[in-house]
Design a protein around this ligand. Structure first.
Ligand code: MG
Length: 204
């Protein structure tokens, strides 16, 4: 199983990162050891002083595919979850400055939190109109809707599957809206997807 993540897929987030709005998507991978699918508490890692949340819609691939045409991409997924792409922003900043990969700043244990998957039928909404939000200690810090993605889910699947076979169980973190920010020990993060509680996580 692989965890694919998209870099800067919402223009306001590109703005807050002082980065250009991309013309082509960029992806990175998290290892399967990064996954926290039961929303166990995240212990603040000792290698960072700037742990940040990025709330994202996560799409789960449920069919094997390669070189998938965009118009057929919707056949390759049926369920979504809310996830947090945790980032050691200080390590990422250093890696960016040195032109080095983001692997450890984005791929550490517990950096891929996901809530339970729900089908689009259950949500009653199309993939390109999913509202989601994240609150920190009861205050909303991030809000988004998948309609505002620069690269839509079907486009992402078409593009990445030119290079990598997608397998059942693979997950795609589809990018974060604006409002990323630091977390601290004692914080409680709560997410919603289409108005439903979708994720709760404590930082310890
Ligand atoms: Mg992200």
């Amino acid at each position: 199983m692989k965890i694919l993540c998209v870099v800067r897929n919402y223009a306001p987030h590109a703005g807050e990162m002082k980065a250009a709005v991309p013309k082509e998507p960029t992806f990175f991978l998290k290892p399967d050891s990064a996954l926290n699918p039961k929303q166990l508490p995240l212990f603040y890692p000792d290698f960072t002083h700037d742990l940040q949340h990025e709330v994202e819609v996560v799409v789960r691939i449920d069919r094997l595919g390669k070189c998938i045409e965009p118009q057929f991409a919707h056949r390759y997924y049926n369920a979504v979850a809310l996830g947090i792409d945790f980032t050691a922003r200080d390590l990422q900043r250093d890696a960016k400055a040195a032109g080095l990969p983001w692997l450890v700043s984005k791929g550490f244990d517990g950096s891929a939190v996901i809530g339970p998957f729900v089908t689009l039928e259950e949500l009653g909404r199309p993939i390109d109109n999913l509202d989601f939000s994240l609150s920190r200690n009861g205050e909303v810090v991030q809000q988004g809707n998948t309609r505002d993605m620069i690269f839509a889910v079907d486009q992402l699947i078409a593009l990445i599957s030119r290079f990598m076979t997608l397998r059942t169980g693979d997950m795609i973190f589809t990018g974060t809206p604006a409002g990323v920010g630091p977390v601290a020990i004692g914080d409680r993060l709560e997410g919603t997807l289409c108005g439903r509680p979708a994720l709760t996580l404590d930082i310890k």
